[in-house]
Design a protein around this ligand. Structure first.
Ligand code: RB5
Length: 143
């Protein structure tokens, strides 16, 4: 599985460490930046990641910013993206099981790196439940 990953400056350290973690677990990763802790605008990396997910160039995406909100708001402007913000493992599970999030967003300034790995692992290993949740995610873009 190929995972695209991006962050702004606030999430740069966690992005770097998570790429190492994912590669050790056997996932292929594509790094969409940013490349340092120099202040930058999250939208400049969120849009390229969203397009790559929409085009199928990567299977799933992961994004970090300080609160997670800037990334989630930007990513969700794309019709083919369901970006879900998670800060506990249980939310990471539910955002896949119920919302089928194709991009996981985490708030780097408000969770430990250990929590970030736990959320990521849970989200990756959880299957979408379908059924009533399929109907609900369809209404996100057509109502
Ligand atoms: C950067 O200071 C911060 O605003 C950003 O990482 C994010 O939290 C925005 O939503």
């Amino acid at each position: 599985m190929k995972i695209g990953i991006c962050s702004d400056h606030a999430g740069f350290a966690y992005k770097t460490r998570l790429i190492t973690y994912l590669r050790r677990k056997g996932y292929e990763t594509v790094d969409f930046g940013t490349d340092s802790e120099v202040s930058m605008d999250y939208s400049d990396v969120a849009h390229p990641l969203a397009l790559a997910v929409e085009k199928g160039e990567v299977d799933l995406g992961i994004a970090f910013c300080g609160t997670g909100n800037g990334m989630a708001m930007t990513l969700n402007k794309h019709k083919g993206i369901r970006a879900g913000l998670a800060w506990t493992s249980e939310i990471g599970r539910l955002v896949k099981a119920h919302n089928n999030a194709n991009v996981l967003v985490m708030p780097a300034r408000f969770i430990s790196f250990r929590m970030a790995t736990s959320i990521t692992r849970t989200w990756l290993e959880t299957e979408f439940e379908g059924g009533r949740h399929q109907r609900r995610i369809e209404k996100m873009v057509s109502w």
